[in-house]
Design a binder for this molecule. Structure first.
Ligand code: ADP
Ligand code: MG
Length: 677
């Protein structure tokens, strides 16, 4: 029976349960998914002449074997050498540790080999033989340990053999014509089986547009659905809000005032609010959120604040209670985390449902089952890039449709933010509170660690506090704990006059709380920690941030970590200890030394990263794309956004025959739609 592109991959020969599971992990369920799993690069096996090949270039040479192979052995290793006459030049070809090839290579034989060219020696260090007449471009796929390149490639070939030519276009015909995009089947063939770089490029262009377009269609549909929810205008008490702002311990910055007005106006409008508040570390987002929550409460509604970690939730609960208290606003704020005792939790849940709690603060536990509100008017999501779309949807499913205020310190350049978070309005706090002294940042080699510790000791003597951050060693939490514990013990021994604390992800919640409270109260002077202190933690007296193996962190993460200091009156210092090995590593650290402006750093990071670094994209808070690069292809992303927006605004766009494949595809894949988590 002929297969259809919509069949499950398990219909293919050679795909059993195990392989199906591995494919699923790559997001591949159907044959269509498999064929849309495009290569991210190509190994170029196109043959060249030595005269047009650069030194160090990877190349395929085809020629006649001019001298029979000889094998030289040294210990267990071996080197096989023979001459290859390529375009009248004699190239010395070496294969390392494959002595058996000697039997297969004969003088006078025609042969193609792929390897690295050393121009000065007219030599090629060969990686492999290339079958004569092989496809010149070998696609390389993003794979997992569970599935190999070869396997994936042959599955794609098999799938294409079965359903090639039958795939429907997801991008509407009008758009394909307008932007000169390939037909879907040509696009697939061009991406998976290109004859040359030019074809591959054309395929990639069409595939990237398709990817961006589908992404934007999803965003715009979410946005449209949001707009259809009839939000309620919020009749908040303007006088009470003015009173609250007046009685804050500080004056709001102009930027804080501006975004506060934007948010209040949004809340007051009958539209449902879905807004992203962007502001660099330390720019004072919390107080803006507090004002918005206060507004909801004055209108007789409840507000919820969700933080990514328990520590942060704790800190917010305390900080907000203090703010409201100082301003003489009478509110009941409660903390709801998974660390609560069952009885406490039950009471809080009951009071939430009864409407006796005005503001609840918690972690993701807040959107878990069993939490129901009397009338949730506003949900604030702190450090929003760590929060899934699914979790936001869950909030909405709670039957109520609160206004959403998502906050992020991820400094995505504005143009990019607008496209990446296409379904939200964006407010930006682009200034820091006055009087902040820029953090002085130094990069030191690991062997200069003593200098940094000596400096830290001097500052401790002046009453300062310090963070010492140890890196994620591997994808292994126990190794991280081992490492952080060792650093902790060394510091404890070296600083007998001070209290040193140890904070890592494996600690009990209660222990974490005690530690953070101790650090905030200056009972602990030095906090040795893993990246759990990365976001949000606010202890203004801490003025030293010492980061070990700093090159193991991404730029955005380093900026976040550094943002833990420089929050008070003290001159603050950051030390980045690292021996970066790559240019990118060096430039990244230098960028931090040169600038404390998150937006500038984000721009720099994007420039440095260029394309192809999926991890980096993830870290910067941008959605992951498989083919397209949101930085390099920003124009295309913007166009895809405009076109998606125009399409969903067309009446009955989903009834048009030409759009049916797209409609089906979107509805079937919406459930798997995740781009923030
Ligand atoms: P972030 O935007 O990183 O979440 P926070 O809201 O934690 O920043 O604020 C950082 C620190 O700055 C806090 O200690 C806060 O009390 C203080 N702060 C906020 N706004 C102002 C302001 N307008 N003037 C002075 N200090 C402020
Ligand atoms: Mg914050």
């Amino acid at each position: 029976m002929a297969l259809s592109y919509r069949d499950a991959v398990t219909q293919l020969a050679g795909v059993g349960e195990k392989r199906a599971a591995a494919l699923r992990d790559l997001g591949i369920f159907t044959i269509e998914d498999l064929l849309m799993d495009y290569p991210f690069r190509y190994q170029d096996l196109a043959e060249k002449r030595p005269s047009e090949t650069l030194d160090g270039e990877k190349v395929t040479f085809k020629g006649i074997v001019s001298t029979a192979p000889v094998v030289r052995r040294f210990g267990k290793k071996s080197r096989l050498i023979f001459g290859l006459l390529v375009d009248r030049e004699n190239i010395k070809v070496s294969f390392f540790n494959q002595p058996w090839l000697a039997k297969q290579i004969e003088e006078g034989q025609e042969l193609a080999v792929y390897g690295t060219y050393q121009a000065a020696q007219a030599a090629l260090t060969a990686q492999k033989q290339v079958p004569l007449g092989a496809d010149p471009l070998t696609p390389i796929y993003p794979t997992s340990k569970a599935i190999q390149q070869k396997t994936l490639r042959s599955l794609i070939e098999q799938a294409w053999g079965q359903v090639g030519g039958t795939l429907p276009n997801l991008v509407p015909t009008a758009l394909r014509q307008k932007y000169r995009l390939l037909d879907k089947n040509d696009q697939i063939a061009a991406c998976h089986f290109p004859d040359d770089q030019l074809t591959a490029k054309a395929g990639r262009r069409s595939a990237a547009f398709e990817e961006f377009f589908i992404f934007q269609m999803r965003l715009q549909l979410v946005k449209l659905a949001d707009e259809r929810y009839q939000g309620q205008p919020l009749p908040y008490d303007a006088a009470a809000i003015a009173h609250f702002i007046e009685h804050l311990p500080f004056a709001l910055t102009a930027a804080q005032q501006r975004v506060t007005e934007e948010i209040l106006a949004d809340q007051a409008a009958p539209r449902h609010m879905n807004r992203l508040l962007q502001g660099d570390v330390g720019s004072g987002k919390t107080v803006v959120a507090a004002t918005a929550m206060c507004a909801a409460v004055t209108a007789g509604q409840q507000a919820a604040l969700m933080a990514p970690t328990e520590i942060l939730a704790q800190q917010h609960a305390k900080g907000l209670a203090r703010l409201f208290d100082q301003a003489g606003v009478d509110l009941r704020v409660e903390l709801l985390t998974s660390g609560l005792k069952a009885a406490q939790r039950r009471d809080i849940l009951a009071d939430l449902l009864a409407g006796d709690i005005d503001i609840v603060i918690g972690t993701h536990a807040l959107v878990q089952d069993g939490v129901a509100f009397h009338h949730l008017g506003l949900a604030v999501i702190d450090e929003q890039h760590r929060f899934g779309v699914k979790q936001r949807a869950r909030l909405r499913e709670g039957g109520q449709n609160p206004d959403i205020l998502a906050m992020t310190a991820t400094p995505i350049p504005r143009t990019l933010a607008i496209t990446a978070y296409g379904e939200m309005e964006v407010s930006v706090i682009d200034e820091l509170p006055a009087g902040r002294k820029p953090i002085l940042t130094r990069q030191l080699a690991q062997k200069q660690a003593d200098q940094a510790f000596a400096f830290m000791k001097e500052e401790l003597a002046r009453g300062a506090q310090a963070y010492v951050v140890t890196p994620l060693i591997e994808e292994s939490e126990s190794l991280d704990v081992q490492n952080v514990t060792q650093v902790y013990q060394e510091l404890q021994a070296a600083l007998p006059d001070y209290q040193v604390g140890l904070l890592h992800g494996r600690l009990d919640k209660a222990d974490k709380d005690v530690l953070m409270a101790g650090f905030a109260a200056n009972e602990i002077q030095v906090l040795v920690a893993t990246t759990v202190v990365e976001v949000g933690v606010d202890v203004p007296n801490a003025s030293i941030m010492l980061i070990l193996d700093a090159d193991r962190f991404g730029l955005a993460q380093l900026h976040q970590l550094r943002g833990r200091v420089g929050r008070g009156d003290r001159q603050s210092y950051a030390f980045l200890l690292a021996d970066p090995k790559t240019d990118y590593g060096k430039q990244r650290l230098q960028a931090l030394v040169d600038s404390t402006d998150g937006f500038e750093l984000a721009q720099k990071d994007l420039e440095l990263r260029g394309s192809g670094d999926l991890l980096g994209t993830k870290q910067s808070g941008l959605p992951d794309f498989q083919v397209g690069d949101p930085v390099k292809d920003l124009t295309m992303l913007t166009i895809a956004q405009e076109e998606a927006l125009a399409l969903v605004r067309q009446e009955n766009w989903d009834q048009v025959p030409d759009h049916q494949a797209l409609v089906t595809y979107l509805s079937e894949t919406m459930a798997q739609f995740r781009y923030f988590d």
